[in-house]
Design a protein. Structure first.
Length: 279
């Protein structure tokens, strides 16, 4: 395909290190008539780094319907437009899906310019295999979050989330209630100077004393308990009731025998409840 062909180009940009952009992505951006950005201020850091001076359109969830007609007109007039996000591959947990649908409806050519993605970067470094479900951002309210997490606990494969660092402990507490028998990798600042990976079991990982800074992509392992699938939600409900009446040792013995699951697993659930100080 000729890189000067009119149409909409979905261009992946670096998720941290500016050197991670592809040669083709730079070429497409330089040949674009207009670049559609999520946040023009953030995009300018990348564009200025590669000396790319183009007309920019700010396009985000608050104005995408308003800007859509104007963008489609540019495309129908034979212009070359590139869609980029603040970081990584556009449209995935970012604005753009409405634009893609409208382009398909209008028979406007759409081209992919693949590149960096925090989703595949986090998954490839997790050690959790190659099958996964990408969920994206979780609900912010506790009741809604609980409903989603209970459903997701049935997912046998790894699950990937985007979590705001400021609320990481809020989400970890929910994970500890429902994903007890899984492992976790928290990938922070992927490809940046302070790139960090926190690896642990969900039962064992500590809450952060202070909210960490930066972007966080979280990977939860698939169900790996062999032939034993532990229903954390119901076991937790049982443990909450018994711990009000009996000692920790007796509760572990009782539930382990009743549900036919390892004492260690029951102990981890009970310990989480005690640490949360809700009994």
């Amino acid at each position: 395909m000729n890189t000067s062909t009119p149409g909409l180009y979905i261009v992946s940009t670096p998720i941290g290190n500016l050197d991670d952009i592809t040669f083709r992505a730079v070429d497409i951006l330089k040949k674009s008539d207009i670049i559609i950005c999520e946040d023009t201020r953030r995009s300018l850091k990348l564009l200025n780094h590669y000396n790319i001076k183009k007309k920019l359109i700010s396009y985000h969830k608050y104005n995408e319907k308003k800007e859509l007609t104007k963008i489609i007109k540019y495309l129908n007039d034979g212009k070359i437009l590139s869609l980029i996000s603040d970081a990584g591959t556009p449209v995935l947990s970012d604005p753009g899906n409405l634009l893609i649908k409208e382009c398909i409806k209008e028979n406007i050519k759409i081209y992919s310019v693949p590149g960096p993605s925090s989703i595949t970067s986090a998954m490839s470094t997790s050690g959790f295999g190659d099958r996964f479900l990408f969920y994206g951002f979780l609900p912010k309210k506790e009741k809604e979050l609980e409903k989603v997490i209970i459903k997701l606990n049935k997912e046998p494969n790894a699950i990937i989330f985007f979590l705001p660092a400021i609320k990481i402990n809020f989400y970890l507490k929910s994970f500890k209630k429902n994903f007890m028998n899984r492992k976790i990798v928290i990938a922070r600042e992927i490809s940046k100077i302070h790139e960090t990976y926190y690896r642990d079991t969900i039962a064992g990982i500590n809450l952060f004393k202070l909210p960490p800074k930066g972007e966080m992509t979280v990977v939860i392992s698939g169900k790996t308990t062999g032939n034993i699938i532990v229903d954390n939600f119901n076991i937790r409900k049982e443990a909450l009731t018994y711990l009000k009446k009996y000692s920790l040792k007796d509760v572990v013995e009782l539930i382990s025998k009743k549900e036919k699951i390892p004492k260690k697993k029951v102990y981890e659930i009970c310990l989480t409840i005690k640490n949360e100080k809700i009994i």
